[in-house]
Design a protein. Structure first.
Length: 307
């Protein structure tokens, strides 16, 4: 009986050692043998290349491997001009050459976008004509939206750059112009977003939206037929979350979207839509141009306010 137990113990240990040798020790020995046989052929004058993938464009890295590092004098000159983001984006790592995009890799073509823009303009002109006829018959005054047809609008150029890899290219000049326009463009219309309407029970089969979120969002229409999403400021930037705050619901921070856009741009993903902060006159820029009665009903008008 004792000999049989010893035999079973030796057999079990032999099986464990064989498994350990086959699955752990042998792969390590093979890797060391391959590493000893393969000598790295990379040199400062050779071009670095990434493995080519079928679905992704292969960036050419040779343009930054040969770039010399700036000296102390040139670094001081860079610190004296431009913002930190501009100096960061001028780094050679942000100037990697990418392959030319094919037409099927872009979301929209120029003809499609211009046709959509013209349909929006013609729809507005028909509605304006109906308003003018109603004004002439009832002697009532309607607030006329001052719309402008601009085929060179920055939001049009932004949509043309959307492709299967990113929302915009690294050196797209339309992004800076779009951020400036979103700060200064005239607001001519305000309404709930489609997901907000879906949360309120509205059914629109022409819109494919997913009702989500608990943050108030508005869709603002600009004077050049562009549309932006507006989220109001609920807390100050430096306001901290209390210790006894319900952990499933955090503060609704307005600057979270702004930080996400800049962080995504710095990491070179470029998959977050452009976001910018803007001071908005709630009465003059939203209430006066809101035609949705449900939206107008949520505004509180003081009885002592002058009309």
């Amino acid at each position: 009986m004792m000999r049989r137990d010893r035999f079973l113990l030796v057999a079990a240990l032999s099986a464990l050692f064989s498994a350990d040798f086959y699955f752990i020790l042998l792969p390590k020995l093979q890797n060391r043998r391959r590493a000893a046989g393969n000598i790295c052929s990379c040199s400062p004058n050779s071009n670095l290349s990434l493995p080519r993938l079928e679905a992704l464009a292969t960036p050419q890295l040779s343009n930054w491997t040969l770039t010399p590092l700036p000296s102390d004098a040139s670094a001081l000159e860079l610190d004296d001009r431009g913002s930190k983001l501009q100096r960061l984006f001028s780094h050679p790592l942000y100037n990697i050459q990418t392959l030319e995009l094919k037409p099927e890799e872009r979301l929209l073509q120029v003809e499609q976008l211009i046709e959509y823009y013209r349909r929006k303009v013609s729809h507005w002109e028909r509605r304006k004509k109906l308003y003018n006829e109603a004004t002439a018959l009832t002697n009532m005054s309607f607030m006329e939206d001052k719309m402008t047809y601009d085929p060179n609008a920055s939001w049009l150029k932004f949509h043309l750059e959307i492709n299967r890899y990113a929302l915009y290219s690294r050196d797209d000049p339309a992004i800076l112009q779009l951020l400036t326009d979103m700060k200064n463009m005239t607001i001519v219309g305000a309404d709930y977003t489609q997901d907000e309407k879906a949360l309120k029970g509205a059914c629109d089969c022409s819109q494919v939206v997913k009702p989500s979120g608990h943050h108030l969002k508005l869709a603002l229409k600009m004077h050049n037929f562009g549309k932006v999403m507006f989220k109001p400021m609920r807390q100050q930037r430096d306001e901290e979350t209390p210790e006894d705050f319900f952990y499933f619901v955090d503060f609704q921070r307005h600057n979270a979207e702004i930080a996400a856009f800049h962080l995504d741009r710095i990491l070179d993903f470029r998959r977050v839509p452009p976001v910018v902060g803007r001071r908005v006159n709630v009465t003059g820029e939203i209430l006066q141009v809101a035609h949705n009665e449900d939206l107008r009903a949520v505004f509180f008008t003081s009885p002592g306010a002058s009309m």
